[in-house]
Write a protein that binds this ligand. Structure first.
Ligand code: V0V
Ligand code: CO
Length: 148
């Protein structure tokens, strides 16, 4: 079901400062910056790659909450800055969601939502996955492949 690690989501209080840190210390490059009102975040995707960034690659996703009363805002209050979730690539998000539900894992989304860089995403409850908030990601690149 899981084809790759799409991104590691990291909660931070100051997105601009963390972007500068990851760029200067790790030499990463920002490939997208978005505000996602539905998810309550301002976020940056930085490509983790040994060549040119490509669709379907791996990313660090830096997340700053838009308000305290959001998933990332509550996480920062409770646990402070750090790893918030892992996003895994899937070829077919609807099939992956059905498969998780059949295994008794609670989904936090009834249907796929809009994610970074045009992806379709859905979250599964951390309490059912050993304390790891888990995100399914069908990237726009995967969509394009399916439709070809
Ligand atoms: C909460 N818990 C976590 C957690 N957040 N455990 C691991 N990782 C996290 N990030 C624990 C919490 O400590 C509780 O454990 C338990 O889950 C239930 O907590 P709760 O009181 O229900 O907590 P809430 O109200 O903070 O809600 C947590 C959930 C919420 C996971 C339900 O954050 C959510 O719906 N997240 C999905 C959406 C999201 O995270 N969006 C932001 C990223 P104990 O104390 O009972 O043991 S947006 C994104 O990634 C995008 C756009 C993208 O990739 O494209
Ligand atoms: Co994410």
């Amino acid at each position: 079901m899981l084809t790759r690690i799409d991104h590691v989501g990291i909660a931070c209080r100051d997105l601009a400062a963390k972007v500068v840190f990851y760029e200067s210390v790790f030499g990463l490059t920002v490939v997208a910056m978005e505000t996602n009102e539905e998810q309550g975040v301002k976020e940056a995707m930085l490509a983790v790659t040994d060549g040119a960034p490509r669709p379907g690659g791996s990313y660090v996703q830096l997340l700053e909450p838009l308000h305290p009363d959001t998933p990332v805002g509550k996480f920062l209050d409770r646990r402070g800055e750090g790893v918030h979730h892992v996003g895994y690539g899937v070829a077919d998000i609807n099939a992956a969601m059905a498969s998780l539900a059949a295994a008794g894992v609670r989904l936090l989304d009834k249907r796929p939502r809009h994610g970074s860089m045009g992806a379709s995403i859905a979250f599964a409850h951390p309490s059912d996955i050993g304390g790891v908030l888990t995100e399914l990601v069908q990237s726009a690149a995967a969509d394009a492949t399916t439709n070809r």
